[in-house]
Write a protein that binds this ligand. Structure first.
Ligand SMILES: Nc1ncnc2c1ncn2[C@@H]1O[C@H](COP(=O)(O)OP(=O)(O)OP(=O)(O)O)[C@@H](O)[C@H]1O
Ligand SMILES: [Mg+2]
Length: 577
Protein backbone atom coordinates (compact mmCIF):
# COMPACT_ATOMS: atom_id res chain seq x y z
CA UNK A 1 0.00 0.00 0.00
CA UNK A 2 1.36 3.45 -0.79
CA UNK A 3 1.81 5.90 2.08
CA UNK A 4 -1.21 8.17 2.45
CA UNK A 5 -2.59 10.74 4.84
CA UNK A 6 -5.46 9.28 6.90
CA UNK A 7 -8.84 11.03 6.80
CA UNK A 8 -9.54 13.23 9.83
CA UNK A 9 -12.41 11.18 11.18
CA UNK A 10 -10.25 8.05 11.20
CA UNK A 11 -7.47 9.96 12.96
CA UNK A 12 -9.94 10.97 15.64
CA UNK A 13 -11.20 7.42 16.01
CA UNK A 14 -7.64 6.22 16.47
CA UNK A 15 -7.05 8.92 19.10
CA UNK A 16 -10.29 7.85 20.77
CA UNK A 17 -8.68 4.44 21.26
CA UNK A 18 -6.41 6.01 23.87
CA UNK A 19 -8.76 8.48 25.49
CA UNK A 20 -12.15 6.74 25.35
CA UNK A 21 -12.05 3.28 26.76
CA UNK A 22 -15.64 3.00 28.00
CA UNK A 23 -18.55 5.23 29.09
CA UNK A 24 -16.71 6.10 32.28
CA UNK A 25 -13.98 7.76 30.21
CA UNK A 26 -16.61 9.94 28.52
CA UNK A 27 -17.90 10.94 31.97
CA UNK A 28 -14.37 11.81 33.05
CA UNK A 29 -13.56 13.96 30.02
CA UNK A 30 -16.87 15.83 29.96
CA UNK A 31 -16.94 16.50 33.70
CA UNK A 32 -13.32 17.67 33.61
CA UNK A 33 -14.28 20.11 30.86
CA UNK A 34 -17.16 21.37 32.99
CA UNK A 35 -14.84 21.82 35.99
CA UNK A 36 -12.32 23.66 33.82
CA UNK A 37 -15.17 25.95 32.76
CA UNK A 38 -15.70 26.89 36.42
CA UNK A 39 -19.07 25.16 36.84
CA UNK A 40 -20.69 25.45 40.25
CA UNK A 41 -23.12 22.65 39.50
CA UNK A 42 -22.73 19.66 37.20
CA UNK A 43 -25.44 17.20 36.25
CA UNK A 44 -24.55 13.82 34.77
CA UNK A 45 -27.26 11.71 33.18
CA UNK A 46 -26.55 8.12 32.21
CA UNK A 47 -28.66 5.63 30.34
CA UNK A 48 -27.86 1.93 30.15
CA UNK A 49 -24.72 2.36 32.22
CA UNK A 50 -23.59 5.16 29.92
CA UNK A 51 -23.43 2.96 26.82
CA UNK A 52 -26.79 4.39 25.69
CA UNK A 53 -26.24 7.97 26.80
CA UNK A 54 -23.84 10.16 28.70
CA UNK A 55 -25.14 13.71 29.06
CA UNK A 56 -23.24 16.29 31.09
CA UNK A 57 -24.71 19.72 31.81
CA UNK A 58 -22.88 22.54 33.51
CA UNK A 59 -23.39 26.19 34.39
CA UNK A 60 -19.84 27.21 33.52
CA UNK A 61 -18.41 29.79 31.14
CA UNK A 62 -19.92 28.33 27.98
CA UNK A 63 -18.46 28.28 24.46
CA UNK A 64 -19.05 31.20 22.10
CA UNK A 65 -21.09 30.22 19.03
CA UNK A 66 -18.17 31.04 16.75
CA UNK A 67 -15.91 28.50 18.54
CA UNK A 68 -18.31 25.57 18.71
CA UNK A 69 -17.04 23.90 15.55
CA UNK A 70 -13.43 24.60 16.49
CA UNK A 71 -13.88 22.90 19.87
CA UNK A 72 -14.42 19.68 17.92
CA UNK A 73 -11.26 20.05 15.89
CA UNK A 74 -8.23 18.03 16.85
CA UNK A 75 -5.57 19.81 18.93
CA UNK A 76 -7.86 22.81 19.45
CA UNK A 77 -7.85 24.05 23.03
CA UNK A 78 -8.39 27.28 24.92
CA UNK A 79 -6.31 26.09 27.85
CA UNK A 80 -2.71 26.41 26.75
CA UNK A 81 -0.95 28.25 23.97
CA UNK A 82 2.73 27.59 24.60
CA UNK A 83 5.17 25.11 26.05
CA UNK A 84 5.55 27.33 29.12
CA UNK A 85 1.80 27.11 29.70
CA UNK A 86 2.03 23.34 29.54
CA UNK A 87 4.82 23.25 32.11
CA UNK A 88 2.61 24.96 34.69
CA UNK A 89 -0.83 23.86 33.53
CA UNK A 90 -3.58 24.31 36.10
CA UNK A 91 -6.57 23.09 34.10
CA UNK A 92 -7.53 19.43 33.97
CA UNK A 93 -7.52 19.40 30.15
CA UNK A 94 -4.88 20.75 27.77
CA UNK A 95 -4.51 18.31 24.89
CA UNK A 96 -7.48 19.46 22.81
CA UNK A 97 -8.37 15.86 22.11
CA UNK A 98 -11.32 14.81 24.20
CA UNK A 99 -14.28 16.30 22.32
CA UNK A 100 -13.13 15.31 18.80
CA UNK A 101 -12.35 11.80 20.06
CA UNK A 102 -15.73 11.34 21.73
CA UNK A 103 -17.56 12.89 18.77
CA UNK A 104 -15.90 10.42 16.39
CA UNK A 105 -17.19 7.33 18.25
CA UNK A 106 -20.70 8.38 19.33
CA UNK A 107 -23.81 10.24 18.20
CA UNK A 108 -22.76 13.58 19.51
CA UNK A 109 -24.38 16.88 20.36
CA UNK A 110 -22.85 19.98 21.91
CA UNK A 111 -24.97 22.96 22.95
CA UNK A 112 -23.70 26.00 24.78
CA UNK A 113 -24.23 29.64 25.62
CA UNK A 114 -21.88 32.15 27.18
CA UNK A 115 -23.20 34.52 29.81
CA UNK A 116 -25.50 36.93 27.98
CA UNK A 117 -24.69 35.25 24.63
CA UNK A 118 -26.92 33.43 22.15
CA UNK A 119 -27.29 29.68 22.60
CA UNK A 120 -26.13 27.44 19.74
CA UNK A 121 -25.53 23.76 19.04
CA UNK A 122 -23.56 21.47 16.78
CA UNK A 123 -24.39 17.85 16.03
CA UNK A 124 -22.02 15.17 14.78
CA UNK A 125 -23.11 11.85 13.35
CA UNK A 126 -21.44 9.49 10.90
CA UNK A 127 -18.43 11.77 10.62
CA UNK A 128 -20.24 14.89 9.47
CA UNK A 129 -20.84 18.04 11.47
CA UNK A 130 -24.11 19.99 11.34
CA UNK A 131 -24.44 23.53 12.63
CA UNK A 132 -23.80 25.64 14.48
CA UNK A 133 -27.44 26.60 14.63
CA UNK A 134 -29.22 28.71 17.25
CA UNK A 135 -30.95 26.91 20.08
CA UNK A 136 -32.32 27.97 23.46
CA UNK A 137 -29.79 27.15 26.19
CA UNK A 138 -29.09 28.65 29.61
CA UNK A 139 -25.56 29.90 30.11
CA UNK A 140 -23.32 26.91 30.38
CA UNK A 141 -22.79 23.82 28.28
CA UNK A 142 -24.52 20.52 27.57
CA UNK A 143 -22.69 17.66 25.89
CA UNK A 144 -24.42 14.47 24.83
CA UNK A 145 -22.74 11.28 23.65
CA UNK A 146 -25.20 8.55 22.61
CA UNK A 147 -24.61 4.96 21.53
CA UNK A 148 -20.91 4.85 22.29
CA UNK A 149 -18.87 2.97 19.67
CA UNK A 150 -21.97 2.52 17.46
CA UNK A 151 -19.64 2.95 14.47
CA UNK A 152 -16.68 0.96 15.81
CA UNK A 153 -18.00 -2.60 16.22
CA UNK A 154 -14.61 -3.92 17.33
CA UNK A 155 -14.65 -1.57 20.33
CA UNK A 156 -18.32 -2.02 21.04
CA UNK A 157 -17.71 -5.71 21.62
CA UNK A 158 -15.48 -4.83 24.55
CA UNK A 159 -18.20 -3.00 26.42
CA UNK A 160 -19.45 -4.96 29.41
CA UNK A 161 -22.92 -5.40 30.81
CA UNK A 162 -24.69 -2.11 31.52
CA UNK A 163 -24.45 -2.72 35.24
CA UNK A 164 -20.68 -3.10 35.02
CA UNK A 165 -20.27 0.01 32.89
CA UNK A 166 -22.48 1.86 35.31
CA UNK A 167 -20.24 0.87 38.23
CA UNK A 168 -17.20 2.19 36.39
CA UNK A 169 -18.95 5.46 35.57
CA UNK A 170 -20.16 5.83 39.15
CA UNK A 171 -16.67 5.27 40.51
CA UNK A 172 -15.23 7.79 38.09
CA UNK A 173 -17.77 10.45 38.95
CA UNK A 174 -17.27 9.78 42.67
CA UNK A 175 -13.57 10.45 42.31
CA UNK A 176 -14.25 13.64 40.39
CA UNK A 177 -16.68 14.77 43.08
CA UNK A 178 -13.99 14.10 45.70
CA UNK A 179 -11.59 16.28 43.73
CA UNK A 180 -13.84 19.35 43.60
CA UNK A 181 -15.71 20.15 46.79
CA UNK A 182 -16.69 23.60 45.55
CA UNK A 183 -18.95 22.15 42.88
CA UNK A 184 -22.34 20.49 43.36
CA UNK A 185 -22.89 17.17 41.54
CA UNK A 186 -26.07 15.38 40.50
CA UNK A 187 -26.09 11.90 39.00
CA UNK A 188 -29.04 10.13 37.44
CA UNK A 189 -29.13 6.66 35.93
CA UNK A 190 -32.02 5.66 33.67
CA UNK A 191 -33.76 8.85 34.80
CA UNK A 192 -33.58 7.96 38.49
CA UNK A 193 -31.54 10.18 40.77
CA UNK A 194 -28.55 8.39 42.29
CA UNK A 195 -27.16 11.28 44.30
CA UNK A 196 -27.25 15.02 44.61
CA UNK A 197 -24.25 16.47 46.37
CA UNK A 198 -24.35 20.11 47.43
CA UNK A 199 -21.15 22.14 47.26
CA UNK A 200 -19.10 21.43 50.38
CA UNK A 201 -16.73 23.91 51.97
CA UNK A 202 -16.48 23.26 55.72
CA UNK A 203 -14.73 20.12 56.89
CA UNK A 204 -17.95 18.53 58.16
CA UNK A 205 -19.57 19.12 54.78
CA UNK A 206 -16.63 17.54 53.05
CA UNK A 207 -16.81 14.60 55.42
CA UNK A 208 -20.49 14.25 54.55
CA UNK A 209 -19.57 14.05 50.89
CA UNK A 210 -16.89 11.46 51.61
CA UNK A 211 -19.35 9.50 53.73
CA UNK A 212 -21.77 9.49 50.80
CA UNK A 213 -19.15 8.43 48.24
CA UNK A 214 -16.76 6.21 50.19
CA UNK A 215 -18.86 5.24 53.20
CA UNK A 216 -19.84 6.56 56.61
CA UNK A 217 -17.78 3.78 58.15
CA UNK A 218 -14.62 5.11 56.59
CA UNK A 219 -15.23 8.60 57.92
CA UNK A 220 -16.03 7.28 61.39
CA UNK A 221 -12.81 5.28 61.48
CA UNK A 222 -10.39 7.76 60.00
CA UNK A 223 -8.07 10.47 61.19
CA UNK A 224 -7.81 13.86 59.55
CA UNK A 225 -4.38 14.70 58.15
CA UNK A 226 -3.05 18.16 57.45
CA UNK A 227 0.65 18.60 57.01
CA UNK A 228 2.65 21.21 55.20
CA UNK A 229 6.33 21.76 54.66
CA UNK A 230 9.14 22.08 52.11
CA UNK A 231 6.78 23.33 49.42
CA UNK A 232 4.41 20.38 49.82
CA UNK A 233 1.03 20.03 51.46
CA UNK A 234 -0.79 16.81 52.26
CA UNK A 235 -4.30 16.77 53.65
CA UNK A 236 -7.26 14.47 53.77
CA UNK A 237 -8.36 11.43 55.73
CA UNK A 238 -6.51 8.23 56.55
CA UNK A 239 -8.30 5.13 57.76
CA UNK A 240 -7.26 3.93 61.20
CA UNK A 241 -5.19 0.75 61.09
CA UNK A 242 -8.02 -1.17 62.71
CA UNK A 243 -10.20 -0.24 59.72
CA UNK A 244 -7.76 -1.80 57.21
CA UNK A 245 -9.31 -3.84 54.41
CA UNK A 246 -8.53 -6.94 52.40
CA UNK A 247 -8.81 -4.97 49.12
CA UNK A 248 -7.12 -1.79 47.93
CA UNK A 249 -10.57 -0.49 47.05
CA UNK A 250 -10.67 2.61 49.24
CA UNK A 251 -7.49 4.34 48.23
CA UNK A 252 -7.99 7.74 46.68
CA UNK A 253 -5.13 10.02 45.72
CA UNK A 254 -5.34 13.47 44.21
CA UNK A 255 -2.46 15.64 43.10
CA UNK A 256 -3.21 19.31 42.57
CA UNK A 257 -6.92 18.50 42.26
CA UNK A 258 -6.39 15.73 39.71
CA UNK A 259 -7.29 12.14 40.47
CA UNK A 260 -4.28 9.91 39.85
CA UNK A 261 -3.09 6.39 40.32
CA UNK A 262 0.53 6.65 41.15
CA UNK A 263 2.77 3.85 42.39
CA UNK A 264 5.22 6.16 44.08
CA UNK A 265 2.54 7.86 46.15
CA UNK A 266 0.70 4.64 46.95
CA UNK A 267 3.97 3.08 48.15
CA UNK A 268 4.72 6.10 50.29
CA UNK A 269 1.33 5.92 52.03
CA UNK A 270 1.68 2.19 52.56
CA UNK A 271 5.08 2.69 54.11
CA UNK A 272 3.54 5.16 56.53
CA UNK A 273 1.37 2.29 57.81
CA UNK A 274 4.27 -0.14 57.95
CA UNK A 275 4.13 -1.25 61.54
CA UNK A 276 0.50 -0.79 62.36
CA UNK A 277 -1.02 -2.91 59.61
CA UNK A 278 -1.86 -6.56 59.93
CA UNK A 279 -0.29 -8.84 57.32
CA UNK A 280 -1.49 -8.15 53.80
CA UNK A 281 -4.26 -5.77 54.82
CA UNK A 282 -4.80 -2.63 52.76
CA UNK A 283 -5.12 0.84 54.23
CA UNK A 284 -8.03 3.09 53.25
CA UNK A 285 -7.42 6.76 52.53
CA UNK A 286 -8.54 9.89 50.72
CA UNK A 287 -5.49 12.10 50.34
CA UNK A 288 -4.72 15.33 48.57
CA UNK A 289 -1.20 16.36 47.67
CA UNK A 290 -0.54 19.92 46.63
CA UNK A 291 2.69 21.24 45.23
CA UNK A 292 3.90 23.85 42.82
CA UNK A 293 2.62 22.96 39.36
CA UNK A 294 5.97 23.15 37.67
CA UNK A 295 7.26 20.37 39.95
CA UNK A 296 5.00 17.76 38.42
CA UNK A 297 4.58 16.78 34.77
CA UNK A 298 0.94 15.93 34.06
CA UNK A 299 1.54 15.21 30.38
CA UNK A 300 2.74 11.67 30.97
CA UNK A 301 -0.34 9.58 30.18
CA UNK A 302 -3.10 9.92 27.56
CA UNK A 303 -5.80 9.89 30.23
CA UNK A 304 -3.61 11.93 32.59
CA UNK A 305 -3.89 9.26 35.29
CA UNK A 306 -0.16 9.01 35.84
CA UNK A 307 2.33 11.73 36.64
CA UNK A 308 6.01 12.39 36.79
CA UNK A 309 7.41 14.26 39.77
CA UNK A 310 10.51 16.28 39.26
CA UNK A 311 11.82 15.17 42.65
CA UNK A 312 10.07 11.88 43.32
CA UNK A 313 12.15 11.00 46.31
CA UNK A 314 11.36 14.22 48.12
CA UNK A 315 7.63 13.74 47.48
CA UNK A 316 7.81 10.10 48.57
CA UNK A 317 9.52 10.92 51.84
CA UNK A 318 7.18 13.79 52.60
CA UNK A 319 4.06 11.68 52.08
CA UNK A 320 5.48 8.76 54.02
CA UNK A 321 6.48 10.92 56.99
CA UNK A 322 3.18 12.80 57.04
CA UNK A 323 1.15 9.59 57.15
CA UNK A 324 3.45 7.99 59.69
CA UNK A 325 3.24 11.05 61.92
CA UNK A 326 -0.55 11.21 61.71
CA UNK A 327 -0.81 7.54 62.65
CA UNK A 328 1.66 7.96 65.50
CA UNK A 329 -0.76 10.42 67.01
CA UNK A 330 -3.39 7.70 67.44
CA UNK A 331 -2.70 7.20 71.13
CA UNK A 332 -5.46 6.96 73.72
CA UNK A 333 -7.14 10.28 74.39
CA UNK A 334 -10.50 11.16 75.75
CA UNK A 335 -11.46 13.00 72.55
CA UNK A 336 -10.24 10.55 69.92
CA UNK A 337 -12.98 8.94 67.95
CA UNK A 338 -12.63 5.77 66.03
CA UNK A 339 -10.55 2.75 66.74
CA UNK A 340 -11.58 2.54 70.31
CA UNK A 341 -15.35 2.43 70.27
CA UNK A 342 -17.34 -0.42 71.64
CA UNK A 343 -18.34 -1.70 68.20
CA UNK A 344 -14.76 -2.52 67.23
CA UNK A 345 -14.17 -4.98 70.01
CA UNK A 346 -11.83 -7.61 68.69
CA UNK A 347 -10.33 -10.23 70.93
CA UNK A 348 -6.70 -11.26 70.48
CA UNK A 349 -5.46 -14.81 70.76
CA UNK A 350 -3.95 -14.82 74.22
CA UNK A 351 -0.88 -16.83 75.05
CA UNK A 352 -0.37 -18.27 78.52
CA UNK A 353 2.26 -17.94 81.20
CA UNK A 354 2.15 -17.36 84.90
CA UNK A 355 5.22 -15.21 85.24
CA UNK A 356 5.97 -11.83 83.78
CA UNK A 357 8.49 -12.88 81.19
CA UNK A 358 10.57 -10.00 79.94
CA UNK A 359 12.67 -12.04 77.56
CA UNK A 360 16.20 -11.04 76.59
CA UNK A 361 18.25 -9.62 79.45
CA UNK A 362 19.42 -6.60 77.42
CA UNK A 363 15.88 -5.49 76.63
CA UNK A 364 15.08 -2.04 77.99
CA UNK A 365 12.13 -3.69 79.63
CA UNK A 366 9.75 -2.15 82.09
CA UNK A 367 10.38 -2.74 85.71
CA UNK A 368 6.77 -2.93 86.69
CA UNK A 369 7.23 -2.74 90.41
CA UNK A 370 9.31 0.42 90.12
CA UNK A 371 6.85 2.16 87.88
CA UNK A 372 3.95 0.97 89.96
CA UNK A 373 5.56 2.46 93.03
CA UNK A 374 6.15 5.85 91.43
CA UNK A 375 2.63 5.96 90.04
CA UNK A 376 1.16 5.03 93.39
CA UNK A 377 2.98 7.94 95.00
CA UNK A 378 1.62 10.70 92.80
CA UNK A 379 -1.62 9.90 91.02
CA UNK A 380 -2.03 12.19 87.98
CA UNK A 381 -5.17 14.35 87.70
CA UNK A 382 -8.25 12.64 86.27
CA UNK A 383 -8.37 14.61 83.01
CA UNK A 384 -4.82 13.50 82.24
CA UNK A 385 -5.96 9.88 82.37
CA UNK A 386 -8.05 9.11 79.31
CA UNK A 387 -7.79 5.41 80.13
CA UNK A 388 -8.95 5.95 83.71
CA UNK A 389 -8.22 4.02 86.92
CA UNK A 390 -7.85 0.26 86.85
CA UNK A 391 -10.51 -1.61 88.82
CA UNK A 392 -9.93 -5.25 88.05
CA UNK A 393 -8.38 -7.84 85.82
CA UNK A 394 -10.92 -9.90 83.87
CA UNK A 395 -10.45 -13.48 82.72
CA UNK A 396 -6.70 -13.08 83.00
CA UNK A 397 -6.71 -11.15 79.73
CA UNK A 398 -8.40 -7.78 80.13
CA UNK A 399 -8.06 -4.79 82.40
CA UNK A 400 -11.26 -3.03 83.43
CA UNK A 401 -10.85 0.67 84.19
CA UNK A 402 -13.22 3.45 85.19
CA UNK A 403 -12.88 6.79 83.40
CA UNK A 404 -14.46 10.18 84.01
CA UNK A 405 -17.36 9.34 81.69
CA UNK A 406 -17.50 5.57 81.26
CA UNK A 407 -15.45 2.43 81.34
CA UNK A 408 -12.48 1.16 79.37
CA UNK A 409 -11.38 -2.37 78.59
CA UNK A 410 -7.75 -3.03 77.73
CA UNK A 411 -6.21 -6.11 76.17
CA UNK A 412 -3.20 -6.25 78.44
CA UNK A 413 -0.89 -8.34 76.26
CA UNK A 414 -1.55 -6.38 73.08
CA UNK A 415 -1.17 -3.08 74.89
CA UNK A 416 2.04 -4.02 76.63
CA UNK A 417 3.46 -5.37 73.41
CA UNK A 418 2.94 -2.00 71.71
CA UNK A 419 4.40 -0.09 74.63
CA UNK A 420 7.53 -2.26 74.61
CA UNK A 421 7.90 -2.09 70.87
CA UNK A 422 7.75 1.68 70.74
CA UNK A 423 10.26 1.86 73.55
CA UNK A 424 12.69 -0.46 71.76
CA UNK A 425 12.35 1.57 68.59
CA UNK A 426 13.09 4.86 70.26
CA UNK A 427 16.09 3.36 72.05
CA UNK A 428 17.45 2.38 68.67
CA UNK A 429 16.49 5.72 67.14
CA UNK A 430 17.92 7.96 69.80
CA UNK A 431 21.27 6.42 70.63
CA UNK A 432 23.85 5.84 67.95
CA UNK A 433 22.43 2.60 66.62
CA UNK A 434 24.47 -0.19 68.09
CA UNK A 435 26.53 -1.97 65.46
CA UNK A 436 27.90 -5.44 65.61
CA UNK A 437 31.04 -6.36 63.64
CA UNK A 438 30.83 -9.73 61.90
CA UNK A 439 33.68 -12.10 62.74
CA UNK A 440 33.86 -13.09 59.10
CA UNK A 441 32.58 -10.52 56.58
CA UNK A 442 29.75 -11.87 54.46
CA UNK A 443 30.49 -11.59 50.74
CA UNK A 444 27.58 -10.95 48.39
CA UNK A 445 27.69 -11.05 44.58
CA UNK A 446 25.78 -8.16 43.06
CA UNK A 447 25.55 -6.35 39.74
CA UNK A 448 27.92 -3.50 39.03
CA UNK A 449 25.06 -1.03 39.22
CA UNK A 450 24.05 -2.37 42.62
CA UNK A 451 27.61 -2.26 43.92
CA UNK A 452 27.90 1.33 42.74
CA UNK A 453 24.61 2.24 44.44
CA UNK A 454 25.85 0.79 47.72
CA UNK A 455 29.05 2.78 47.45
CA UNK A 456 27.03 5.89 46.82
CA UNK A 457 24.78 5.35 49.84
CA UNK A 458 27.49 4.02 52.17
CA UNK A 459 27.04 6.85 54.63
CA UNK A 460 23.28 6.45 54.87
CA UNK A 461 23.60 2.70 55.38
CA UNK A 462 26.31 3.17 57.97
CA UNK A 463 24.09 5.54 59.91
CA UNK A 464 21.51 2.81 60.15
CA UNK A 465 24.14 0.36 61.32
CA UNK A 466 24.99 -1.48 58.11
CA UNK A 467 28.63 -1.27 57.01
CA UNK A 468 29.25 -2.63 53.52
CA UNK A 469 32.43 -2.38 51.41
CA UNK A 470 32.75 -2.77 47.69
CA UNK A 471 35.52 -5.32 47.26
CA UNK A 472 35.26 -5.80 43.51
CA UNK A 473 33.38 -4.35 40.57
CA UNK A 474 30.38 -6.51 41.43
CA UNK A 475 31.22 -7.84 44.90
CA UNK A 476 30.23 -6.51 48.27
CA UNK A 477 31.28 -7.43 51.78
CA UNK A 478 29.05 -6.86 54.80
CA UNK A 479 31.30 -6.03 57.75
CA UNK A 480 28.92 -4.74 60.40
CA UNK A 481 25.17 -5.07 60.94
CA UNK A 482 22.77 -3.22 63.28
CA UNK A 483 23.11 -4.71 66.74
CA UNK A 484 19.40 -5.37 66.90
CA UNK A 485 19.73 -7.52 63.80
CA UNK A 486 22.82 -9.33 65.03
CA UNK A 487 21.31 -12.75 64.56
CA UNK A 488 19.76 -12.06 61.16
CA UNK A 489 21.01 -13.34 57.80
CA UNK A 490 23.36 -10.54 56.69
CA UNK A 491 23.37 -11.56 53.03
CA UNK A 492 19.57 -11.64 52.85
CA UNK A 493 19.37 -8.26 54.56
CA UNK A 494 21.81 -6.77 52.06
CA UNK A 495 19.90 -8.25 49.12
CA UNK A 496 16.69 -6.62 50.33
CA UNK A 497 18.54 -3.36 50.71
CA UNK A 498 19.85 -3.63 47.14
CA UNK A 499 16.36 -4.18 45.81
CA UNK A 500 15.14 -1.12 47.71
CA UNK A 501 18.01 1.02 46.53
CA UNK A 502 17.12 0.08 42.96
CA UNK A 503 13.49 1.03 43.43
CA UNK A 504 13.55 4.08 45.68
CA UNK A 505 17.13 5.27 45.60
CA UNK A 506 16.88 5.15 49.37
CA UNK A 507 16.40 2.34 51.75
CA UNK A 508 13.76 1.97 54.35
CA UNK A 509 14.48 -1.71 54.42
CA UNK A 510 17.03 -1.55 57.18
CA UNK A 511 14.56 0.27 59.36
CA UNK A 512 11.80 -2.15 58.44
CA UNK A 513 13.84 -5.28 59.14
CA UNK A 514 15.01 -3.84 62.37
CA UNK A 515 11.43 -3.09 63.31
CA UNK A 516 10.34 -6.63 62.50
CA UNK A 517 12.94 -7.92 64.87
CA UNK A 518 12.07 -5.42 67.58
CA UNK A 519 8.42 -6.37 67.17
CA UNK A 520 9.09 -10.01 67.84
CA UNK A 521 11.25 -9.13 70.83
CA UNK A 522 8.42 -6.97 72.14
CA UNK A 523 5.92 -9.77 71.63
CA UNK A 524 8.12 -12.16 73.55
CA UNK A 525 8.69 -9.59 76.26
CA UNK A 526 5.07 -8.58 76.68
CA UNK A 527 3.08 -9.68 79.65
CA UNK A 528 1.21 -12.94 79.12
CA UNK A 529 -2.38 -13.85 79.75
CA UNK A 530 -3.25 -15.34 83.12
CA UNK A 531 -0.49 -13.49 84.90
CA UNK A 532 -2.15 -11.86 87.87
CA UNK A 533 -1.50 -8.11 87.87
CA UNK A 534 -1.80 -5.85 90.87
CA UNK A 535 -3.82 -2.65 90.60
CA UNK A 536 -0.70 -0.44 90.65
CA UNK A 537 0.79 -2.56 87.86
CA UNK A 538 -2.36 -2.21 85.82
CA UNK A 539 -2.43 1.54 86.35
CA UNK A 540 1.22 1.77 85.37
CA UNK A 541 0.42 0.05 82.09
CA UNK A 542 -2.52 2.40 81.44
CA UNK A 543 -0.31 5.46 82.05
CA UNK A 544 2.37 3.96 79.78
CA UNK A 545 -0.19 3.51 77.02
CA UNK A 546 -1.26 7.12 77.28
CA UNK A 547 2.33 8.17 76.73
CA UNK A 548 3.01 5.80 73.87
CA UNK A 549 2.65 6.60 70.20
CA UNK A 550 0.33 4.34 68.20
CA UNK A 551 -0.89 2.77 71.42
CA UNK A 552 -4.36 2.30 69.95
CA UNK A 553 -3.25 -0.82 68.09
CA UNK A 554 -0.93 -3.67 68.87
CA UNK A 555 1.92 -4.39 66.45
CA UNK A 556 -0.41 -6.50 64.34
CA UNK A 557 -2.94 -3.73 63.88
CA UNK A 558 -5.49 -5.11 66.35
CA UNK A 559 -7.06 -2.65 68.77
CA UNK A 560 -5.57 -2.59 72.25
CA UNK A 561 -8.46 -1.00 74.11
CA UNK A 562 -12.08 -0.02 73.79
CA UNK A 563 -14.36 2.40 75.59
CA UNK A 564 -18.01 2.27 76.61
CA UNK A 565 -19.35 5.64 77.62
CA UNK A 566 -21.78 6.24 80.47
CA UNK A 567 -24.26 7.35 77.85
CA UNK A 568 -23.98 3.99 76.11
CA UNK A 569 -24.33 2.18 79.43
CA UNK A 570 -27.40 4.28 80.26
CA UNK A 571 -28.87 3.43 76.88
CA UNK A 572 -28.14 -0.23 77.49
CA UNK A 573 -30.12 -0.13 80.75
CA UNK A 574 -32.81 2.21 79.44
CA UNK A 575 -31.99 4.72 82.14
CA UNK A 576 -33.28 8.28 81.92
CA UNK A 577 -36.22 7.47 79.62
N1 LIG B 1 -18.12 22.26 29.28
C1 LIG B 1 -17.40 23.19 28.63
N2 LIG B 1 -17.52 24.50 28.95
C2 LIG B 1 -16.78 25.44 28.31
N3 LIG B 1 -15.89 25.16 27.35
C3 LIG B 1 -15.71 23.88 26.99
C4 LIG B 1 -16.45 22.83 27.62
N4 LIG B 1 -16.06 21.67 27.06
C5 LIG B 1 -15.12 21.98 26.13
N5 LIG B 1 -14.91 23.30 26.10
C6 LIG B 1 -13.96 24.01 25.20
O1 LIG B 1 -13.63 23.13 24.16
C7 LIG B 1 -12.22 22.95 24.09
C8 LIG B 1 -11.92 21.53 23.68
O2 LIG B 1 -12.30 20.61 24.69
P1 LIG B 1 -11.50 19.24 24.81
O3 LIG B 1 -11.95 18.52 25.98
O4 LIG B 1 -11.56 18.56 23.49
O5 LIG B 1 -10.00 19.73 24.98
P2 LIG B 1 -9.28 20.26 26.29
O6 LIG B 1 -10.15 20.17 27.47
O7 LIG B 1 -8.74 21.59 25.96
O8 LIG B 1 -8.08 19.22 26.39
P3 LIG B 1 -8.18 17.65 26.75
O9 LIG B 1 -8.21 16.91 25.48
O10 LIG B 1 -6.92 17.44 27.49
O11 LIG B 1 -9.41 17.45 27.55
C9 LIG B 1 -11.72 23.30 25.46
O12 LIG B 1 -10.38 23.76 25.42
C10 LIG B 1 -12.69 24.38 25.89
O13 LIG B 1 -12.30 25.63 25.40
MG1 LIG C 1 -11.09 18.38 28.02
Amino acid sequence: MPIRQLPENLVNQIAAGEVVERPASVVKELVENALDAGASRITVELERGGSGLVRVRDDGLGIPQGELALSLARHATSKISSLEDLAAVGSLGFRGEALPSIASVSRFRLASATRGGQGAEVVVADGSLEGPRPVAHPSGTTVEARDLFYNVPARRKFLRADSTEYQHALRTLSRLAMSSYGTGFVLTHNRREVFSLPAAQARVEREERIARLVGADFVAHSAHVEHEGAGLRLWGWIGLPTYARTQADQQYLFVNGRMVRDRLLANAVRLGYRDVLYGGRQPAYVLYLELERSLVDVNAHPQKLELRFRDGRHVHDFVFRSVERALAATRPSSTARGSADATSLVGPAPGRSEKLDLGEPRLPATDWTDIARSVAREPPPAEAMPLGQAIAQLHGVYILAQTADGIVLVDMHAAHERVLYERLKSAVDSGTPGRQALLVPVVVEATEAEAAAVEQHAEELGAAGLVVDRIGPARLAVREVPAALAGADAAALLRDVLADLAEHASSHRIVERQNELLASLACRGAIRANRAMTLPEMNALLRDMERTERADQCNHGRPTWTRISLEELDRLFLRGR
